[in-house]
Design a protein around this ligand. Structure first.
Ligand SMILES: O=C(O)c1cccc(C(=O)CC[C@H]2O[C@@H](n3cnc4c(=O)[nH]cnc43)[C@H](O)[C@@H]2O)c1
Length: 230
């Protein structure tokens, strides 16, 4: 998807016949950060659907059923895997993985896919992922592209962080909604992306150290680039 602008006789830029983009955040503060970056564009519809995959999937599906969209983005703050996505940077999902959908067994965690009862990963639309990553980097923003994990419980110990990193080599970030948004988008045959602004490292929980404002500013800056590239 690429922006296609024309001008009116007065020189005013208008967005013409471009597909609408749905952006799904968890909470209102994330929605407001995205809207700040979008500077009033009517082509982007931004909803705060609630935290977790169920709320995200339900909100996404209900919105897609009621309108026409070319692309859906799960966006918000997230945890970054140390050495891959530092606090204040951006993470863009090559795939959105339901990282704790499965079962504990005596041999350890087995994913739903390994157990034969479902897929746990939805790929991001590769052309769009590449275009967005390139545009963010060209704008001077720090962005890491790789698998983004969707978890029901935010990681709070070094042990869980290490286990997730071992199960998902190359994972750049974790959050709580991406896979739900992607599954809803797939149901409607629409491309999905996930974009996270990193507020905290994945690891031992230290909520007081989360850099929420820094992450919200990065999210707003990224939204301004989405406006140009999608
Ligand atoms: O307390 C606040 O001011 C505040 C402002 C905006 C958002 C929040 C959230 O707690 C958002 C919850 C949302 O954040 C994602 N998230 C962020 N870090 C992680 C993590 O390390 N692991 C998993 N999820 C994370 C997640 O998608 C939540 O829905 C608070």
């Amino acid at each position: 998807m690429k922006a296609d602008h024309t001008s009116t006789s007065t020189g005013e830029a208008v967005e013409e016949a471009l597909p609408r983009v749905l952006i799904v955040t968890a909470v209102e503060a994330e929605r407001e950060a995205v809207l700040r970056g979008l500077r009033g564009s009517s082509r982007f519809h931004v909803i705060a659907a609630g935290a977790g995959t169920a709320a995200a999937a339900a909100g996404t599906a209900a919105t897609l059923a009621a309108g026409s969209y070319g692309c859906v983005i799960s966006a918000g703050i997230g945890g970054g895997f140390p050495g891959r996505a530092p606090v204040g940077s951006l993470a863009l999902a090559s795939e959105m993985i339901a990282a704790d959908l499965g079962a504990e067994t005596p041999e350890g965690f087995r994913s739903a896919a390994e157990l034969g009862f479902g897929r746990v990963s939805v790929p991001g639309h590769s052309g769009t992922v590449q275009a967005v990553a390139a545009a963010l980097a060209a704008a001077g923003l720090t962005v890491s592209t790789g698998p983004v994990l969707t978890v029901s419980t935010a990681t709070g110990t070094a042990g869980t962080a290490a286990a997730l990193a071992a199960r998902h080599p190359g994972a750049v970030a974790e959050a709580m909604e991406g896979h739900g948004v992607a599954v809803a988008a797939r149901h409607f045959g629409i491309a999905a992306l996930e974009l996270r602004a990193i507020s905290n490292p994945v690891g031992p929980r230290d909520r007081a150290a989360w850099k929420i404002n820094e992450a919200m500013d990065a999210l707003a800056a990224a939204a301004a680039i989405l406006l140009e590239v999608l």
